[in-house]
Design a protein around this ligand. Sequence first.
Ligand code: S3P
Length: 173
Amino acid sequence: MQKADKIYMIGFMGSGKSTAGRKLAQHLNWSFIDLDELIEKKAGMKISEIFSQKGEESFRLSESEALAETGSVSHTVIATGGGAPCFGINMDFMQAHGLTIYLKLSPGKLKERLARSNGRRPLLQGIGNDNLEKYISEKLAEREKWYLSAKLIIDCNKTSFHGLCNMVKKLIV
Ligand code: S3P
């Protein structure tokens, strides 16, 4: 099998895809793309503005377009938004073009992390802290079938960054 020259980080909001992806890219001496940042750059708008002014459907189209553009890059780690694998052909695209890595965390841990984040995520607007874990559990149940089809599933409670790097290296070098 040909070795992957792209890595796609997938998982729920707040699972640390961008942070781990950026570190992994540095470690491998690869480039890094944050898909949400690419979408914002192309649209000239913040993700929250795309959601509020154009709606989620329009955001999903922009997301798929931006993802398709990553097909032509090489030696790059790409951190995707939490919904990216779950729409259209995005997951098949990522599987065909690179190594997919799911950063798996429990709803309880995700809640802790998301409760601390600054409210920039449009899907979490209006969901109070009391309802957050329930929302996460339900959304994760909807989405996990895509996440679990990743080539590498990392249990973030048990695996250190060092462990992640070792697993990745075995698969790409
Ligand atoms: C989304 C996750 C966000 C961003 C958008 C939608 C989702 O990215 O793409 O707000 O549907 O889960 P993060 O996973 O980086 O928060």
